[in-house]
Write a protein of this length. Sequence first.
Length: 298
Amino acid sequence: MWRTPASPRSGIYQPCPQSVPGLPPNFLLCVRGLCELIADCFAQTRELIQGEHCTDQAPWGKKIKADILTLIELWRRSTVAWPGENVVSCRSVVRSVAIALPPFVRPPRLPLILLNKPYRVLSQFRDVDGRPTLAALVTHKDVYAAGRLDFESEGLLLLTDDGRLQSRITEPTSKITKTYWTQVEGSPSAEQLTMLIEGITLKDWPARARSAQHIITPENLWQRDPPIRHRVSVANSWMEIRIAEGRNRQVRRMTAAVGLPTLRLIRAAVGPWSLDNLQPGESRAIDNQAAWQQLSES
């Protein structure tokens, strides 16, 4: 029923002891942190299910959620039955396991990674179709993207193993500003910029930019491989667009809606973090606590 997760960094499961005196041999509840939280305060159910320990992007996340829900249901019934064993008190079981297992120590959080994602690289570590992924760029394999960046877009991608930080960055209610540089076909007029700021209705939802302006070519901009297509009869120009949302291909759809098709899209900043001088494939790390501090001050 209970299994050790794929990664030892989850901070949830502990290696299963060979036996725990007084407990059935098939009782593989090797979850020291979970036992402590449930035994200490049943009211923390919501935190257990939705909190940092149970991110859906983690390969073991859904399994942990299912196990937690199962244990809580058994707790509510006050009893838990095991094959070939008598019905025992779930509270007693949890207390016994919590005492028998060694003290739980949460592993330290990995730093927040700021990566300049190259063009045509997926914002994930695996792909069944064999397309380039983050696996070749990021040495830490227990981090997950805090917000996606589509395959053909470039720029800043944040990666963390802190579920609460990931949620804080990506949750729509957080209203964290994301800054994009977009190279468009044509030159934006004052009317088109106003439309982006005041809001436009896309096919299935309204969208608006916090700011939109015509800019010169960004400083220290790298060459894209392959380069964008050029039309001799139509000039290209750069815009800076800031949004507080992050829906699928939002900036591309917004510029297209006002008659400015996007040729190249780069995410330059997310909240207090920016690309600075990172080149494609390069990254830098920020201590987890420092990242929280920067976020709170932004």
